[in-house]
Design a protein around this ligand. Sequence first.
Ligand code: NDP
Length: 289
Amino acid sequence: MRIGFIGLGAMGYPMAGHLAKEHEVIVWNRTKEKAERHSREHKTKLAKDLAETAAGDVIITMLPTSREVDEIVDQLLPDVRKGTLWIDATSGDPNVSRETAKRLAAKGVAFVDAPVTGAVVGATNATLTIMIGGSKEDFERAREVLRLCGKTIIHVGDIGSGHAIKVLTNSIMGATVWITSECLLLAKQLGIDLKTALAVTNAGSGRSNASENLLPMRLVEGKWPLIFKLAHHDKDIRIATSLGHQLHASTPLLALTSQLFTAALHELGDQADYIEVAKIIARMNGTEW
Ligand code: NDP
């Protein structure tokens, strides 16, 4: 199969590499050097221009937000071919995705939203969880391709539902990281050793991915790697909040989480990791970890 792959960032680069093990992959990236490197490392075909990616039976986008996806769709619309499947692996906005799908459908191109979870390590090891929105038939086509990138591939529902559940699950994680950090800081201020506080939390009902995996390295070992950009996480929670507004739903904790993450993003900047929000919590209390 021929696959056009657009967006060789932290996630897209390794994903396109896995696909190249079984398929002819044509790569395009805004910064061309990355695509050139990919072509050398993974024997993928370097697209001479964006239009060349439309030669694929499948086109995959892995971009920051639905806005960039939409811009790419605009540019590729004259070149796309009837029968192509467009897989958008971006963590995007379900409302935008549904409109994008309509524009592509008018050209005979099918669309699924297929955001992923599992971080860069999951993309590198091909162990991602992939949540797909689209028809059953298009889901099966997408699964056949994406099985090379992930372990768990779930059909969530119609177009947009993959994007919806992705931003909701990231919002759960955001709120959990924030409240866990707040309580651990309080524990520290009460004179409880952080390692002990974490051990008790992880042996009890406060346990989460945040307390077991994400926070110990940062708070105890003082290591703050960039794993997932706060800018991306903030975007996801803002989309989730907008979905709540649209449904006229009462979601006060979601709204507060969104406000806190946006404030943290302004403080920490574009290149911060999302767990660095814990630094802001310490600053809000006039202290450090
Ligand atoms: P990166 O910032 O590492 O990469 C973004 C990619 O998009 C790059 O290839 C970049 O090109 C390209 N790009 C940015 N702006 C434009 C534009 N205007 N036109 C064309 N291309 C553009 O992002 P990630 O790979 O980390 O994330 C991609 C998506 O995956 C996001 O939606 C994110 O929320 C989601 N995600 C990320 C995870 C992670 O741990 N990183 C985990 C799960 C989901 P260039 O090289 O030129 O900058």
